[in-house]
Design a protein around this ligand. Structure first.
Ligand code: SAM
Length: 217
């Protein structure tokens, strides 16, 4: 997702209390960033952030960080967040940050993250761009550096080719496939507690089956 450049987006982001500025300064000390010290889950490529806002509301005992690389997209998440705040919903367990996930190990220290969500990640269909896919072995190596020993990655997509590529990468990288399905919404076990993302709602309403995997090292 890349929206047209929105004038003022950079300033709105740098002034927002919902965005962690200079996130690398918190490396090794993420427990002190949130009002409560509790497990940390992140979504890489959160888009407009609805999934994480829903998750933060449903799970106040978890801290969440939403990561997005484009100002224009993050701005949309901030607008939604401000609307929620106006209705009194503060979601103190959720922050955003604007970074390229390639630098995740500069932001989080070993074992600081308990779970990583990847939802409807960009497919980068050209073979020469495979390294940019968020489930490539290069990205799995980055996640390896920041996850707790029993940390997990949960990935959802409607893109069957990207899902099959990801299954191969999981095997190549020596990660474990804990669970997977090619049709999440008809999988009695994996669908339990499923929170839909914006893309999930759009693609499933078009009749596309949603694939999901849960992996660990
Ligand atoms: C297709 S959208 C999906 C949005 C949302 N997760 C959903 O399911 O509705 C993917 C998002 O990931 C972001 N993204 C892609 N690569 C990224 C990276 N390396 N670091 C941070 N964000 C990234 C894109 O900018 C885009 O907003």
């Amino acid at each position: 997702m890349r929206l047209r450049n929105i004038p003022g987006a950079k300033d709105a982001i740098s002034e927002s209390v919902y965005v962690i500025q200079e996130p690398e300064t918190h490396r090794g000390a993420w427990g002190t960033v949130f009002p409560k010290k509790q497990p940390l889950h992140i979504e890489v490529g959160m888009g407009k952030g609805r999934f994480l806002m829903d998750m933060a509301r449903l799970n106040p005992e978890i801290n969440y960080v939403g990561i997005e690389m484009y100002d224009s997209v993050l701005l949309r998440a901030l607008q939604k967040r401000e609307e929620l705040a106006e209705t009194g919903e503060l979601l103190e367990n959720l922050f955003f940050m604007r970074i390229d996930a390639r630098i995740l190990p500069e932001i989080f220290d070993c074992g600081e993250v308990d779970k990583i969500y990847l939802n409807f990640s960009d497919p980068w269909p050209k073979a020469r761009h495979a390294k940019r896919r968020l489930t490539s072995r290069e990205f799995l190596a980055r996640y390896d550096k920041i996850l707790t020993a029993d940390g997990t990655v949960e990935f959802k997509t409607d893109n069957r080719e990207l899902f099959e590529f990801s299954l191969e990468e999981v095997k190549e990288a020596g990660w474990k496939l804990i669970a997977h399905t090619f049709d999440l919404h008809h999988d009695e076990e994996l669908v339990l507690g499923n929170v839909m993302t914006e893309y999930e709602e759009k693609f499933s309403s078009m009749g596309n089956p949603i694939c999901k995997m849960i992996i660990s090292r």
